[in-house]
Design a protein around this ligand. Structure first.
Ligand SMILES: Nc1ncnc2c1ncn2[C@@H]1O[C@H](COP(=O)(O)OP(=O)(O)OP(=O)(O)O)[C@@H](O)[C@H]1O
Ligand SMILES: O=P(O)(O)OC[C@H]1O[C@H](OP(=O)(O)OP(=O)(O)O)[C@H](O)[C@@H]1O
Length: 226
């Protein structure tokens, strides 16, 4: 038996259903729009579980599902040492979104990450506290800033509407997902040209412990991936 976890709502769910349908496997909700049980036609031995996109990495790691669909950003954010826990079987060609570092558009002297590093240093000296970066991607942002030797900052947790935190004066900069860039523009923020932290897309994943089983390999062959 393969338990397949797919996001339970929105475009990610619909595009996942389309992706499987293109490969001859029909996924659907079992009942009403509010019911989280699913149906699978065209793949005996596979059951569909509709889950929050953010919980799919943890469910794979815990062995409660064998396969799943979610963004690569969420895999890296939710699972320390993710490569030990899950295998990326195939990028799915939708759900493209970039995790980026953005600062106020009016910061004319901030054009690069190096500029931000000096601004952060001066900010700390001037204000007595570290420059605040609002994000929900704590693990990814911390690791990336450490890699780029940015030290004088603090993360402020923001679980939504992150682009609003600068105008609300709860942060000086943000790190969030962008797709069209409209939300950043509407909130008078600009992406640092060297501020791409991770380019994400929806990806078909397997739990490492299940990746080599004959059932999973047969399903991958059926889908034409892996
Ligand atoms: N504007 C966007 N365009 C394309 N992909 C996006 C966009 N915003 C988020 N995503 C991607 O969609 C995935 C799910 O994002 P998110 O965690 O915001 O889910 P959600 O819709 O809030 O779901 P849930 O709350 O059920 O976890 C992530 O991989 C993310 O990169
Ligand atoms: O670049 P854009 O096309 O404008 O998209 C970016 C927005 O999409 C996501 O928000 P979502 O709608 O998932 O809500 P959230 O604020 O709860 O994360 C993301 O957090 C950005 O706010």
């Amino acid at each position: 038996m393969i338990r397949l976890g797919v996001p339970s709502k929105g475009r990610l769910m619909e595009q996942s259903f389309d992706w499987f349908a293109d490969r001859g496997v029909r996924l659907s909700r079992a009942g009403s729009d509010r019911e989280y049980a699913g149906r699978v036609d065209g793949a005996p031995g596979v059951t569909l579980i509709l889950l929050s996109a953010g919980e799919i990495p943890r469910e794979l790691a815990a062995g409660r599902i064998e396969m799943g669909v979610t963004g690569t950003d969420l895999v890296r954010e939710k699972l320390p040492f993710w490569r030990n826990l899950v295998t990326e079987i195939a990028p799915m060609g939708f759900g493209h979104a970039d995790l980026v570092l953005a600062v106020p558009a009016c910061w004319r002297d901030c054009q690069t990450l190096d500029d931000l590093t000096s601004i952060a240093r001066d900010f700390r000296a001037a204000h007595g506290f570290r420059l605040r970066i609002a994000t929900k991607y704590h693990r990814l942002v911390r690791a990336w800033l450490a890699e780029h030797e940015v030290a004088d900052y603090q993360l402020v947790d923001s679980q939504g509407a992150t682009e609003g935190t600068v105008a609300n004066q709860s942060a000086e900069a943000i790190a969030d997902i962008t797709s069209s860039g409209e939300t950043l523009r509407a909130n008078h923020l600009k992406i640092l040209p060297d501020g791409l932290i991770h380019a994400s897309q929806a990806t078909l994943l397997a739990a490492r412990a299940a990746a080599d089983t004959p059932e999973l390999q047969a399903f991958c062959r059926r889908l034409g991936v892996g």
